[in-house]
Ligand binder design. Structure first.
Ligand code: ADP
Length: 396
């Protein structure tokens, strides 16, 4: 029976692949893995099922194609995804621009739009395209692309427009696109389900706090604002990205340091954020250092939380009515101290955060039962969301 979906996330230096089985109720995760450090001599190949690690080996892959070939061989021989049971393939694609705003069955037109969007996402769309092409050569199956930008396509003009001359923004498609859409949508849908609120009536702010971080205002189940913009650089302080900064600082530095566009890009995207402030982008290290009295680390933690809290407040007011606030991502899911700093002391706004529940995070509830605004932590699962989108596109 053809009931399996393969989800491919072909990123800049890794390929992740997961297999889901369609059931009457939900999608069941069967197995998944990562081929990491592609192009480097010391690569890693790891797979797991719901409960245990299945394979863990040092294995270098010269390129994305060889990694995907290896996944195919592995999934076929282990019986997870074969010619007999494979139904379709879903791909994570970062940027769909203005032209693709929903999960889409891949044909030549869709692929050429993803190619056009390489200009907007030069590090991400090319490896995404490689994943699509390699899978097309290996499998005779329908392929669906699911875009990080798509969930945010519902933002109104007042939220997505930048106040620069209109003819310039129109000429180059300059606007806020937003990213992490699959994650924001997944955790918001899960939260609405747990609260038994129809998604079409659900108002929430979702905080995806990982190495990349963004926050999203959701009104009646639709994204109406988000902190990442034209690129993922805008908004929150991230692992290596500055987030919001006065553009005049950039101009000043370009003049003083004779920075080229590529150097400026590296400065703000790769050397800033938590890394620039403390020397590491690992929030675990930073919180430990802060706890042992490191002032720089403490300032970085304070800045990270303050920026997130400020956006949370802005989005709560933009929405006017909130059902829930949801934390996700590596930091959002694991760092209770960071969550507490972001959200404590907001009872005046109907947010009755419970520090004890926050530490236990049992069942994902972080607020008192009677809190008008529920605070929750929900582990994101972008792959499952992509698999769901594949079924939707196929009409299943
Ligand atoms: P990515 O954006 O690469 O997917 P993740 O969502 O995996 O990133 O998040 C990675 C971040 O989560 C790192 O900064 C890591 O230190 C942080 N993190 C994971 N567990 C904890 C923890 N227990 N306490 C604090 N930070 C954590």
């Amino acid at each position: 029976m053809k009931d399996r979906i393969l989800v491919i996330n072909s990123g800049s230096s890794s390929v992740k692949a997961d297999v889901f089985r369609m059931t009457d109720q939900e999608l069941e995760f069967l197995a998944g893995g990562i081929a990491d450090r592609i192009g480097q001599p010391q690569g890693v190949f790891k797979t797991r099922n719901e409960t245990e690690v299945l394979v863990q080996e040092e294995r270098g892959f010269p390129d994305h194609a060889s990694a995907i070939h290896h996944f195919k061989d592995y999934f076929t021989s282990a019986g997870f995804f074969t010619a007999q049971n494979g139904l379709a393939i879903g791909h994570r694609v970062v940027h769909g621009g203005n032209k693709i705003t929903r999960p889409t069955l891949l044909d030549d037109t869709a692929i050429s739009i993803i190619e056009e969007c390489v200009a907007y996402a030069p590090l991400h769309n090319p490896p995404n395209l490689t994943g699509i092409r390699v899978c097309a050569s290996l499998f005779d199956l329908p392929q669906v692309a699911v875009f990080d930008t798509a969930f945010h396509a519902t933002m109104p003009g007042k939220a997505y427009s930048y106040a620069i001359p209109r003819e310039i923004s129109q000429r180059y498609g300059i606007r806020r696109y937003g990213f992490h859409g699959t994650s924001h949508e997944y955790v918001a849908r899960e939260a609405a389900k747990r609260l038994a609120i129809p998604f079409a009536k659900f108002n929430a702010v979702t905080l995806h706090l990982g190495n990349g971080a963004s926050i999203c205002a959701i009104e009646n189940g639709q994204s109406v604002d988000t902190s990442m913009g034209f690129t993922p650089l805008e908004g929150l302080i991230m692992g290596t990205r500055s987030g919001d900064i006065d553009p005049a600082v950039v101009l000043f530095l370009q003049q003083k340091e004779n920075l080229t566009p590529a150097e400026t890009d590296a400065l703000l995207n790769k050397k800033s954020g938590l890394l620039g402030l403390t020397g590491t982008n690992d929030m675990r290290d930073i919180t430990q250092r802060a706890a042992s009295g490191d002032q720089n680390a403490q300032l970085a933690v304070d800045m990270f939380c303050y920026r997130a809290r400020k956006y949370l407040g802005a989005y709560a007011f933009a929405l006017g009515r909130l059902d829930a606030i949801i934390f996700t991502g590596g930091i959002g899911e694991n760092a209770a101290g960071i969550r507490e700093k972001i959200i404590t002391g907001l009872e005046n706004f109907g947010i009755y955060f419970d520090p004890k529940a926050n530490k236990a995070a049992a069942g994902g509830w972080l607020s008192h039962a009677e809190s008008p605004v529920k605070v929750m932590v929900i582990a994101t699962d972008e792959e499952k969301m992509i698999a769901r989108c594949v079924l939707q596109v196929l009409g299943r």
